[in-house]
Structures are given as C-alpha cells and as structure tokens.
Design a protein around this ligand. Structure first.
Ligand code: SF4
Length: 291
C-alpha cells in the first residue's frame, strides 16, 4: 500500500504563530494562562500543558489578578481587554493578525453602519471563540447567521455588510451571498449591487486547502483525516474529503485507527486541519505505513 502524507496539512500561520508565542513565554519561565484552549487539538494542548501552559475559561479569567494571559489565535472581544486592564493582567497577544484585521474592519463598518440604516451580518458558528470576538466588535448588535435558516434575521429592505468567520467554507459563504442577493431583489427596495457588500474574509489558508484536499482525497482509496473533534475547520475540511471519497475516516488520536480500513486498499492518504499539529500527522502516517 502506498501512503502519502499531505504536505500542506498542519497548523495554519495563525496557530503556528500563537504556539510560538506561547512557547517563547514559557521558555522565560513565566507562568502563562491561555484563555481557552490555544488550539482545538487535545494532543497539542496536552504537549503545551506539559511545558507549563494552563488553559482557563472566562469565569476563571474574571477572577485572576496580576498575571500573564495569552489570547489565542481566535481573538477576543473588547471586554476581555477591559477586564485585563482592571485586574492588572498582562495580555500576551497571540491573536492571528488576519483575525485582528478582520475585527478592526468589522468595528469600523459597524460604527459607520449605525449612523445610517445598514446591518453588519456575520456568517459563522454560534459560540465559536472567533465569532464571539467578531460579534464583540459590534457590541453584539451584529446579526449572526450560520445557514439559510437564519436569513430571516436580516431586514432585506436595508443595506447589508456581510463578513465571514475566517474558517468557514468559501463555497457556503458564496452561496449565502447569493441567497441574500435574491432576497434583496425579492424585497424590491435595495439594489444588491449597491446595498450588499460581501467582504472576502474566508482565510486563504483555509480556502486554498479546500480544492487541494478534494484532489488529494480523490487520489486515494482510503483517507485518514486527523483533527481535534472541537475544530470547526476540521469538521469542514473532513466533509470536503468525505464528499469525494466515502473511504475517509476522521481520527483525533492514533488509537482510533482500525486495521480493517486498509484491507484490500492500495493507497492511503493522511491529511488534517489547520489546527492539527504536523507531529501528530507524522505519527499517524508512521502507524498507517506499518499497517
Ligand atoms: S485560519 Fe487564517 S485567519 Fe484563522 S487563525 Fe489561521 S491563518 Fe489566521
């Protein structure tokens, strides 16, 4: 059996950057708290916690004083920074620069939109950390939609500025833009060419991987997709592989691999999400090769 590892799989630039910042802080011997898991991957979280990184939730954060807290790649809403200032907490800023820019754009747009009758609409997963940070830029007055069922939240007689969480599917985002255009035309008050602004905010690190993984998954008899179960990008990229290859299996640790998946197969591909560490993909590739 030929085993191919997808060279492009593994941490995106934003997660790589956050992990590096955490490692550097830990090397100085500082006690570092991470607000939420630094990455949606239990294995990598375990590795960093052995180096001394302590994950905390928002309730624990509210009660901390005089310490250092790392903001992970997903970013945080403005009130987190206000709490840090009040409680003498030093922020170790590891928000992905692309997310940081997106936050600023949403803030500026929302401030401008509320002078008139415009609406800021965010296409994302409810409760996802990045989305909480993005909605925070609008003082939670933005409209959050995660699919066609949520379109009723939008007033189609008013202008819309559409943004997407960086890790959403580029295809789904396009479709959402088209549905809003159609509804605006039906309402007959706004001209979608003028009154709908679809901002291109799906991250290239994600959108480039979709067509690449589709081709990769097609090339193999069986595909092992490695990702944490909490990773929204992992779920999305797994479904991309599964849609073209029914022999795709989702695993989050080496113990989940089953020998029977490879019976009678002549090629296997191993790939993963933007939150999957390279070392884990390599470890799983070694196990598959041994099988
Ligand atoms: S997917 Fe893109 S925007 Fe999101 S953390 Fe990674 S590099 Fe940054």
């Amino acid at each position: 059996m030929v085993v191919e590892v997808d060279k492009r799989s593994g941490f995106c630039f934003g997660v790589q950057n956050a992990v590096k910042i955490a490692e550097n802080a830990l090397l100085k011997g500082e006690r570092v708290f991470s607000l939420g898991s630094i990455v949606h991957n239990d294995k990598e979280v375990e590795r960093l916690s052995e180096l001394g990184l302590v994950s905390i939730d928002h309730d624990e954060f509210m009660n901390l004083r005089d310490c250092s807290v790392l903001i992970r790649a997903h970013g945080e809403p403005p009130e987190t920074y206000e709490t840090a200032t009040r409680n003498n907490i030093t922020i170790i800023e590891a928000t992905c620069p692309i997310v940081k820019r997106l936050q600023s754009r949403i803030r500026e747009t929302w401030l401008a939109a509320r002078q008139g009758s415009g609406q800021v609409v965010i296409f994302g997963k409810p409760g996802h950390a990045e989305v909480v940070g993005l909605m925070g830029q609008t003082d939670n007055e933005g409209i959050l939609i995660s699919g066609p069922d949520d379109l009723s939240k939008i007033d189609f007689t008013k202008p819309v500025w559409l943004f997407s969480q960086t890790t959403m599917s580029a295809g789904e985002y396009k479709k959402t833009g088209r549905l809003i255009t159609d509804r605006m035309k039906e309402a007959g008050v706004c001209d979608p060419d003028l009154d709908l602004v679809v901002n291109r905010t799906v991250c290239n690190q994600v959108s480039n991987r979709e067509p690449h993984l589709r081709a990769f998954a097609r090339r193999h008899d069986v595909v092992i997709f490695v990702s944490g179960r909490e990773s929204s990008n992992g779920k999305m990229l797994y479904s991309v592989c599964k849609s073209v290859n029914q022999g795709t299996h989702f695993v989050s640790s080496p113990e989940e691999i089953e020998k029977s998946w490879f019976t009678g197969k002549s090629s296997a591909g191993v790939c993963g999400a933007t939150s999957t560490p390279k070392w884990l993909i390599e470890e799983i590739t070694r196990i598959v090769s041994n099988i």
